[in-house]
Write a protein that binds this ligand. Sequence first.
Ligand SMILES: C[S@@+](CC[C@H](N)C(=O)[O-])C[C@H]1O[C@@H](n2cnc3c(N)ncnc32)[C@H](O)[C@@H]1O
Length: 360
Amino acid sequence: MNGTTSLNLSKAGEFEARVVSMLNEAALCLMTSLGHRSGLFDTMADLPPSTSKEIAEAAGLQERYVREWLAAMAVGGFVEQDPVKGTYTLPPEHTAILTRASGSENAAVYSQYIPQLGSVEEDVLACFRNGGGVPYERFVRFHELMAEDSGLSVLPALREWILPLVPGLIGQLETGIDVLDAGCGRGKALNLMAEWFPNSRFTGYELSEEAVAFARAEAEAAGHSNVTFEARDLTFFAEEAPRERFDFVTTFDAVHDQGSPLGLLRGIRRALKPGGAYLAQDIKGSSHVHLNRDHLFGPLLYTVSCMHCMPVSLAQGGEGLGTMWGREKAEDYFRKAGFRRIEVHELDHDPMNYYYVCRP
Ligand SMILES: C[S@@+](CC[C@H](N)C(=O)[O-])C[C@H]1O[C@@H](n2cnc3c(N)ncnc32)[C@H](O)[C@@H]1O
């Protein structure tokens, strides 16, 4: 510390308290992820006040670990403990946002990002020192988690809120059109649309062979003959995209972490038939840090950016735009790609994303 600067002790005390709170909340995040993945929240939701032994038995888990998890959750205020009876309860108000039964309200799903990001800390630290990026393969369970995430933000709202953002689209899908989802991951949105709209034809392009195999297996199991998935690197899509091939193109959270986001957008523009529309779900935020100070998920999203979205793009030799490239830059890129009419929508169910509808 500079000898002439005096500390504001109350400010220092407040910050220290905040750091302590951060450590506790971060620890609870790890426990929440374990509670979700192990099924403990779901099990507890169906149980009366129960001992660690009863909870472990009901969940099919090891009692010693369940007991320690319960202790963390009890002191963290996630579960309630009766110290006399030695029982634990997940209160209904917490059940409502921590269990699979709560559907799109299940915030426990997102807790999984923190341990996933932690698992690549060494790789990211090496990038701080040496540059470069971290390839997708280093992120264990990435596609599984991403599909679970978009299973909350996209699938339940797709028919009622998202597709109607393009007026007349549902009718066209019912009649039969050609649809592309670029960077489709495990293909959940496409498989759902393929089921709803048997007269339309759906195509998914995706870098990951593993995700494509998963999407194909689900399409096959469901007996869809109107959807195809192709493992394809879209970095050179600007030149490689088929001309005027699709009536409707979507990207769900799949532009900013590409090798070439602008190239992808130019390819989408080229692949659109005249009169077609492109719908992009992408992270809600400003391109300017100071305008994101009050963002509800600001620290989370810049962290996801620093430890995932930016390094996976850089690992492809890409631009490394980052999760928080923001609305201003997104609109600029859509325009550069040749889209002249750009609408920006916000949907109540999804506070993390904008929905852009772009037309030539
Ligand atoms: C954040 S995930 C979104 C996945 C999916 N749209 C969803 O909502 O579940 C971004 C996707 O873009 C894909 N991707 C990244 N770079 C790509 C590239 N160069 N070519 C094709 N796909 C790419 C990733 O593999 C990943 O599946």
